[in-house]
Design a protein around this ligand. Structure first.
Ligand SMILES: Cc1cc2nc3c(=O)[nH]c(=O)nc-3n(C[C@H](O)[C@H](O)[C@H](O)COP(=O)(O)OP(=O)(O)OC[C@H]3O[C@@H](n4cnc5c(N)ncnc54)[C@H](O)[C@@H]3O)c2cc1C
Length: 330
């Protein structure tokens, strides 16, 4: 669990990061949140000689409304994606999926750019961005280029990014409708998905059903042909190549894909009809909360589950206000 020795360099700007990678070539690796690279280094599955720390690049951490799309800096942390009011309003699928990545510690360190560049088919955000038809912006010695996300993932942990290129921005088009859903089946709340599914406007992408995040094209064609969610979801495993491993057999993953896609399409349809933004105040808050809010009472907090504090009474629970329960934001 101890990585091989390496030289640590800290970049102060994107230009400096590119100069450092040009100097050290393929022996060097960028480090963003470190939550994928460091575990690999500790297992000695990666042994870069030089680490170029990007965490000082504050100007690559932003979420900006650009009219037809939202631009997200590659160094933006999962926590900031999860809690962005702009994303909650314009791209609730992405904000919600970020809230399902790992646990709060991971979301406070991990970055959206690191998740995309790492290209782990079990990661949540690459599939979500695939369903949203995101455009990736990379900067290298030859300047800046745009890459359609559909062309980006080449294989397990493999992308079209050159070793001397820095992912700088993710541009996500604003969806046409309010119909979205993210479904994730995991053994524990903080785990990677055994299978996951993102749906938006009739586009469906799968987590962990092959060597890369995948678009469920057979499902999309069935939907375009007028199929119901249940009929379309029957095609969810078509064209996939899910792993058969200690966590699930391939047949079980295929079954999960059909179940999760059916749930996602049904939920997306119902959202599309109700058009409720993710950050809207719940229409029917429990009466106790309303009374407590009015009089400023304290309520018992039972701790975290899936990153959301749940409230309840009982022994051994901590006490907090309604705001500490996170109720107002959800
Ligand atoms: C216990 C645990 C649980 C997790 N659970 C989940 C989960 O449920 N869902 C999920 O999706 N993820 C999960 N993750 C992964 C987490 O989201 C990672 O933070 C993320 O995948 C990688 O982001 P990072 O910023 O940490 O990247 P790093 O680890 O710093 O980098 C990953 C790779 O990307 C490269 N890279 C990083 N930034 C750039 C850039 N801007 N340009 C070019 N290359 C770059 C690095 O060189 C490296 O090769 C989990 C991680 C852990 C440790």
């Amino acid at each position: 669990m101890i990585p091989s020795s390496f030289t640590y360099k800290r970049a102060g700007s994107a230009e400096e990061a590119l100069d450092l990678i040009a100097e050290h070539g393929e022996d060097a690796k960028f480090l963003a949140g470190g939550h994928s690279l460091l575990p690999l280094m500790k297992l000695r599955l990666a042994a870069p000689e030089v680490i170029i720390d990007l965490s000082g690049l504050a100007d690559l951490s932003y979420i900006a409304d650009q009219g037809s799309h939202v631009a997200i800096g590659a160094l933006t942390r999962h926590h900031d994606v999860e809690h962005s009011e702009l994303l909650g309003r314009q791209l609730p699928l992405l904000a919600h999926a970020a809230s399902r990545v790992g646990d709060p510690q991971i979301r406070h360190r991990g970055t959206i750019g690191g998740s995309v560049a790492h290209a782990d088919p079990a990661s949540d955000l690459p599939a979500v961005l695939l369903a949203l038809d995101a455009i990736l912006v990379a900067r290298g010695p030859g300047g800046e280029r745009e890459i359609e996300i559909g062309d980006f993932f080449q294989g397990l942990f493999e992308t079209t990014l050159e070793p001397d290129e820095l992912l700088t921005e993710i541009r996500v088009p604003k969806p046409a409708s309010a119909g979205w859903s993210f479904q994730k089946f995991a053994q524990r709340g903080l785990d990677w998905a055994i299978v996951g599914c993102a749906a938006q406007d009739g586009k469906v992408a799968l987590v962990n059903m092959g060597g890369t995040p995948l678009r469920a094209t057979a499902v999309e064609s069935a939907l375009a042909g007028g199929a119901s969610p249940a009929e379309a979801a029957a095609h969810a495993a078509a064209g996939t190549s899910a792993a058969d491993d200690i966590r699930a057999t391939r047949a079980y993953r295929e079954h999960l894909a059909r179940v999760l896609v059916a749930r996602a399409l049904t939920e997306a349809n119902s959202r599309s009809l109700s058009r409720t933004p993710r950050h809207a105040t719940p229409t029917h808050p429990p009466p106790l909360f309303m009374i407590a809010a009015r009089f400023g009472w304290y309520l018992p907090v039972s701790g975290h589950h899936h990153g959301v504090r749940r409230c309840g009474a009982g022994r051994g629970r901590r006490w907090g206000t309604m705001e500490a329960c996170g109720y107002a934001a959800r």
